[in-house]
Design a protein around this ligand. Structure first.
Ligand code: B12
Length: 213
């Protein structure tokens, strides 16, 4: 079994010490932070599948979340470091939509965007539509990012884009949506401009908009 599979099984067994030691070993060996994160993500997806089929429960999801937070604390500075030299420019407002408290994927998007030089206003989780509207008025971003992990929160995505439109802020603003529950159908139904499957997709999209300015 390679280190990649070791990481996945450490997440599934909630072996935080093992996985943190492995993360540090891979950093020292020069493996890219994004590659390490992609493997951890595989573990989280499998954890979610076990939860939905009833072979693991909420405490396991919570442990998985806590381990991912520790991993992000270790890898975040590496993801963000490259941004100090980069000059992508532009502001991005991002948050997890109302009634959804999942923030690990959003945090990865935030760190990766900062890593390429964007200024990112992170609104956190459970952000009501008005929270996005107020932040757009204040910061005049190039892009707004919506993260959604629960299918029950699709309505919150729609309510957010609608509130932005009603506030007269939609023209010239790009809205991207992502997170495990998101997809192209949601993008279309909620009137977003772009669906990003991964953090890197979101960064590429924002980068292409910044370059076109
Ligand atoms: C950890 C976890 C939790 C933790 C969250 C901890 C935290 N701080 O975030 C806790 C325990 C709190 C939790 C709670 C719940 N959870 Co939960 N959770 C998960 C789990 C296992 C992992 C999520 C995760 O962090 N993944 C890792 C990150 C890196 O992946 P990601 O978020 O998808 O992000 C990547 C991309 O999607 C993308 N991305 C993310 N956001 C954005 C935004 C933009 C703009 C872009 C471009 C890209 C992008 O970038 C990231 C990196 O590439 C998932 C399983 C899964 N498949 O996702 C279930 C899952 C999301 N949870 C689920 C459920 C049901 C719940 C609960 C309702 C359980 C309950 N009965 O209480 C509650 C809801 C709480 C709430 N109101 O939000 C279901 C949702 C099912 C559905 N279809 O709606 C899932 C899918 C599990 C399952 N298969 O059943 N959960």
């Amino acid at each position: 079994m390679g280190w990649e599979d070791d990481m996945v099984s450490s997440i599934l067994r909630a072996e935080e010490d093992n996985i943190m030691a492995e993360v540090r070993r891979q950093i020292d060996a020069g493996v890219a932070a994004s590659e390490i994160l992609a493997n951890c993500n595989r573990g989280m997806v499998e954890l979610g599948e076990r939860f939905s089929e009833g072979s693991c429960f909420l405490p396991e999801l919570m442990f998985g979340g806590m381990i991912m937070k520790s991993i992000l604390a270790e890898l975040g500075p590496l993801l963000e470091k490259s941004g100090k030299a980069a000059k992508t420019g532009g502001t991005i407002v991002i948050g997890t939509v109302e009634h959804d408290v999942h923030d690990i994927g959003k945090d990865i998007v935030v760190m990766t965007l900062r890593g390429v030089g964007f200024e990112v206003i992170d609104l956190g989780v459970n952000v009501p539509p008005q929270g996005f509207v107020d932040a757009i008025r204040l910061h005049r971003p190039l892009v707004v990012g919506l993260s959604v992990l629960l299918t029950t929160c699709f309505k919150a995505v729609e309510a957010t884009t609608e509130a932005i439109r009603q506030a007269g802020l939609r023209d010239g603003l790009s809205i991207m949506v992502g997170g495990a529950a998101a997809g192209d159908l949601l993008r279309i139904n909620a009137g977003c401009d772009y669906y990003g499957k991964t953090a890197i997709d979101g960064v590429k999209y924002a980068g292409s908009l910044a370059a076109a300015q």
